[in-house]
Design a protein around this ligand. Structure first.
Ligand SMILES: O=c1ccn([C@@H]2O[C@H](COP(=O)(O)OP(=O)(O)O)[C@@H](O)[C@H]2O)c(=O)[nH]1
Ligand SMILES: O=C(O)[C@@H](COP(=O)(O)O)O[C@H]1O[C@H](CO)[C@@H](O)[C@H](O)[C@H]1O
Length: 302
């Protein structure tokens, strides 16, 4: 293991949560906290995720916002009835036509919220743990240098107790070990549950697609160094696992964003896969976008 990564892992990893919500409320002081859930067609799960965080609103959490990515189901209604403020992606920065992607809604959430600290939680969690948000906020509110805190966990895959995090294990981890070994101590570089200071998040670009997590991690490292990053054990994280075929374009976006951040030319471009049709295999090509949205601070005059 890279020496800097080993030292960072030893000093900036919380294997267990040593604080209470009351400790965090006391440490928070005048700082404010926004929790953001990106959502695309999550009517089946978003309600329970909102409900797992809602009890913290008014004390530790100042606003709980679901940013909808253009859902075609009842995500908006379910999220609102569970107690979240719901923002549709076109409602914020309406002068900018939304582009598809998770990073797009996370980027827009910066303009739709006011918290000094933001916590991102996926809306497709299954059996969401109410401890996730307090755990993620601990290092940020209690440790002066932390600006980005990544969650890590055991990741079930469908009915199996482990095996999740397929793009993490097969793309992100090898990428980081090759291009940024200093970050090889990050247990879940693509975790969708993480917290960051607004100062950091508004200072960096957001990859509009699934490259958002790897992009933020690489940019945080470039901007604030390893000492500005921490990670905390959240236990177990179950979520709706996409089929393997859907993870090819996701992996390509992660690759494209990571290469761009590391100054390696060559974006993801076109990804060609193959499908079997009546006993024959035929190509199935898709254009993979890895475009970035600019640092929000360049748009917002505060
Ligand atoms: O264009 C998108 C794609 C995803 N998501 C949300 O981002 C989170 C993670 O996406 P997904 O579950 O597709 O990724 P996975 O967890 O399977 O890697 C979920 O809350 C999605 O609803 C979104 O808001 N817009
Ligand atoms: O970590 C991963 O490999 C992928 C896929 O997870 P699974 O194999 O379905 O458990 O999930 C993550 O990656 C996305 C891209 O960074 C994030 O946006 C998701 O929040 C995260 O779940």
């Amino acid at each position: 293991m890279h020496e800097a990564a080993r030292d960072w892992f030893a000093s900036r990893t919380w294997q267990s949560v040593e604080w209470t919500v009351a400790d965090l409320v006391a440490a928070k002081g005048s700082r404010t906290v926004s929790v953001v859930l990106p959502a695309l067609d999550e009517e089946a799960t978003v309600g329970a995720v909102v409900a797992s965080i809602r009890p913290l609103v008014g004390t530790l959490v100042d606003e709980l916002v679901v940013v909808d990515s253009g859902s075609g189901d009842r995500t908006v209604e379910v999220a609102a009835s569970a107690g979240a403020r719901v923002v549709r992606h076109g409602d914020v920065l309406p002068e900018l036509a939304p582009v598809p992607g998770k990073g797009e809604v996370l980027w827009r959430s910066l303009a739709a919220t006011t918290g000094d600290v933001l916590v991102f939680v996926d809306s497709d969690l299954v059996e969401p743990d109410p401890g996730f948000v307090p755990a993620l906020l601990g290092p940020l509110l209690l440790s002066p240098s932390a600006q980005l805190v990544k969650g890590f966990y055991r990741r079930p895959l469908d009915a199996a107790d482990s095996g999740g995090g397929r793009v993490t294990e097969l793309m992100a981890r090898p990428l980081l070990s090759a291009l940024r070994p200093e970050l090889s101590g990050v247990v879940q570089p693509l975790s969708g549950e993480y917290a960051g200071t607004r100062a950091l998040l508004e200072a960096v670009p957001f990859a509009a697609g699934y490259g958002v997590e790897i992009g933020l991690l690489l940019d945080a490292h470039a901007l604030v160094g390893l000492d500005g990053i921490a990670q905390v054990n959240l236990g177990v994280r179950r979520h709706r696992n996409q089929p393997l075929t859907a993870l090819g374009p996701m992996a390509a976006q992660v690759l494209g964003t990571a290469l761009a951040r590391c100054g390696v030319p060559g974006g993801p471009g076109e990804l060609t896969r193959f499908v079997e049709v009546a006993g024959e295999w035929v190509p199935d090509s898709v254009e993979v976008e890895a475009a970035d949205r600019p640092p929000m601070r360049e748009l917002l005059v505060r």
